[in-house]
Design a protein around this ligand. Structure first.
Ligand SMILES: [Fe+2]
Length: 469
């Protein structure tokens, strides 16, 4: 008696039929080397590596719809891989005899299925036509996204009608939290003959992208350094080759790079407040550069630092910074007034809003302080430039962020009396930054900084501001 074996192979004729039947979902994974793939592959197939990383991160996210056919040079790799994929629950097959026996048409083109966040940023800056497809579920997408991206949840990318609506004159880039689901999206699109690239590292890598620009230079220089995926802003101020860094973020190499390019000695590193939305790099940057670490005396930190009080003066080069205690967003919030002209306001006041007072669960008390603080700042001359610690509007993605006291005076929320202001502010309900309690513990020094984990801890939008209207 013969036992009927489960069929896990397809011959050339069967595979051709599957490929031509566009109504059926089909994933064609070519397991050969990149060179072999580029020299000639079946149209619609994608070059895939089935390693430990793929087994853990990619395979579990591939939707189990339709058939999967695995290709290698002679079948010796694709057969066991097909068996393995079956153990994961896929309807998987391998091509009998492999690609060496394939007589059908071959496509020849080089195809790089991934793009780094740095390259994507370059493309955006150069106004290249990029079409970002966020493959996360709708709920995740609506809470935060890369500006300009559209949402097509992963399973929908396997639907040919959805795919038909995609533009064919733009570089398609798929986006997900860590860069795994997006690669599955690349596979799905390849099935329909569409080349896309997955964003390497996904939104967590995007969140760590740093850009910098010099706002001006006239003996005194101010560099604005933005973590664009988070909307965090930090600054390097320099005068006579001496520099002060305010609110540095990870990765901190940008500060060291700018200092060495300009031959600057970083002598002071300070934060405007105890941050809840991102891990502060102040402590490590001060240690690396030998700078003094200066922080508010009002907060408790588990490490040694120079305590700042209201009205302290910090001299560097030919400039002077005045410390202004501006409680409200946090009790220890400080604003720094440089040469009576530039106010580094941290999360107290922004170009389009004010700091939220509810991240320590004492919203009413903090809102009272915030009112006093904001009205104190309004007494500064109207032409004092205000350089905040965050931005939220996409318009600032590629331009510098700043405002002045005159413009802040026009915030309608600042026309309210104290009672009205407090009631309005405590009545605004907003989600808190992801992982904010853990981030506070790290920034206080109670927990060690693990640089590899920062992109995941910080994943999510910046949520330090409330509207000014
Ligand atoms: Fe903040």
């Amino acid at each position: 008696m013969s036992v009927k074996q489960e069929q896990i192979s397809v011959n050339e004729e069967e595979l051709t039929k599957l490929i031509n039947n566009k109504k059926e979902s089909l994933l064609l994974f070519d397991l050969r080397t990149k060179e072999e793939f580029v020299n000639g592959h079946i149209g619609g197939s994608v070059n895939a590596v089935c390693d430990a990383y793929a087994k853990e991160n990619i395979i579990p996210r591939i939707p189990k719809i339709g058939k999967m056919v695995l290709l290698c040079q002679d079948g010796t790799i694709s057969e066991p891989t097909a068996k393995m994929m079956r153990s994961y629950g896929f309807d998987a097959y391998f091509l009998e005899g492999g690609m060496k026996n394939w007589q059908g048409e071959l496509e020849i083109k080089s195809f790089e299925p991934a793009i780094s966040v740095n390259q994507l940023w370059e493309d955006i800056l150069q106004k290249k036509e990029v079409f970002l497809i966020d493959v996360r579920p709708k709920e995740d997408y609506s809470s935060f996204k890369i500006p300009g991206s559209i949402n097509i949840p992963l399973a929908e990318l396997f639907n040919s009608e959805t795919v038909d609506r995609l533009p064919n004159d733009k570089q398609l880039v798929t986006v997900c939290p860590r860069g795994n689901m997006s690669m599955v999206g690349v596979f799905a699109l390849a099935r329909n003959g569409i080349s896309a690239k997955g964003l390497t590292g996904g939104l967590s890598a995007w969140g760590q992208l740093i850009t910098s620009s010099e706002l001006f230079h006239n003996g005194l220089s101010i560099f604005q350094i933005k973590k664009i995926g988070k909307g965090c802003i930090s600054y390097i101020l320099s005068s006579q080759k001496e520099a002060v860094v305010i609110d540095p973020v990870y990765p901190l190499e940008e500060y060291i790079k700018i200092a060495s390019q300009r031959d600057l000695k970083i002598s002071v590193v300070m934060d405007t407040h105890l941050h809840a939305d991102h891990v502060s790099a102040a402590r490590e940057l001060a240690k690396i550069t030998g700078a003094q670490l200066m922080l508010s005396e009002v907060e408790n930190y588990e490490f040694s630092f120079n305590k700042l009080n209201n009205d302290n003066r910090i001299k560097f080069g030919g400039s002077e910074i005045k410390v202004i205690h501006t409680p409200g967003h946090t009790p220890g919030s400080i604003s720094y007034l440089l040469d009576e002209k530039y106010l580094f306001s941290g999360d107290t006041v922004f170009a389009e809003g004010i700091g939220r007072p509810d991240l320590r669960d004492k919203a009413r008390e903090f809102a009272n302080d915030l009112y006093d603080t904001l009205h104190l700042l309004l007494q500064l001359p109207g032409d004092v430039n205000v350089l905040p610690g965050h931005y939220s509007s996409d318009e600032y993605l590629t331009k510098s962020v700043g405002t002045n006291i005159d413009k802040i005076r026009k915030f309608s929320i600042l026309n309210l009396n104290k009672k009205e202001f407090v009631e309005k502010v405590v009545g605004i309900e907003m989600p808190k930054p992801m992982n904010y309690e853990k981030i506070i513990m790290i920034n206080k020094g109670f927990e060690a900084i693990d640089r590899t984990n920062i992109p995941y801890l910080e994943l999510g939008p910046n949520r330090c501001a409330i509207t000014a209207n």
